[in-house]
Design a protein. Structure first.
Length: 201
């Protein structure tokens, strides 16, 4: 639905949260499009502060970590759906975190916040750590019941995992290699980047 809204209707929601997702007759709906923006108006100016365009607990790690400059992308709205599902599963689902054991993960993952050097509110380190974990089962703060919920959360985490492992620039030692080795390494590097971009599309 989010992809359709952007590709066909040219709108990006920008505030996916537990209060803006509704289930009716077995179908999910995204409501409250007050912060939505047309795609041709998106990211023209400096990015707004993340606490102004979204509900803090569900904003993507990428936007929280670069509050001043990160553009708001469809990928950010899609990642927000993961944080909504995980938050709901922790708050209302069946799992092993009971009583005082639940407040730690909720605070650590969803309420991490500090004021950066430029006075901008930032966060997202713990969200990024969860997304970067190569083992989706280990990334989750607990095991849920029924087991199908674990598989859903792990599959979504695995889908976003590459977003936080994008290949960096070629190392400075690249220029010291002979032309044939440079061409081979550059080709391999471009294949890795292309695969990453394809997974993010």
């Amino acid at each position: 639905m989010l992809k359709w809204a952007l590709k066909e209707a040219h709108w990006l929601h920008r505030d996916i949260s537990s209060g803006n997702v509704m289930i009716y007759n077995g179908h999910g709906f995204v409501v409250d499009w007050d912060l939505a923006q047309k795609d041709d108006l998106l990211n023209r100016r400096d990015a707004r502060l993340p606490d102004h365009t979204g509900t803090w607990q569900y904003i993507s790690a990428a936007r929280l970590l670069n509050a001043r400059n990160a553009p708001h992308l469809l990928m950010d709205d899609m990642e927000s759906t993961f944080w909504v599902l995980l938050w709901l599963a922790l708050r209302y689902g069946q799992h092993d975190l009971v009583d005082g054991g639940l407040s730690g993960p909720l605070q650590r993952i969803f309420d991490e916040i500090w004021t950066g050097n430029n006075g901008v509110l930032e966060g997202g380190h713990n969200k990024r750590s969860l997304m970067m974990d190569p083992d989706p089962a280990e990334a989750m703060p607990t095991r849920f019941r029924p087991d199908a919920l674990n598989h859903i959360l792990q599959d979504i985490q695995a889908a976003f995992h590459p977003r936080y492992l994008k290949p960096g620039p070629l190392p400075s030692t690249f220029a010291q290699l002979d032309a044939k080795t440079q061409a081979r390494k550059k080709r391999l590097y471009n294949e890795i980047v292309a695969e990453h971009e394809e997974q993010m599309d």
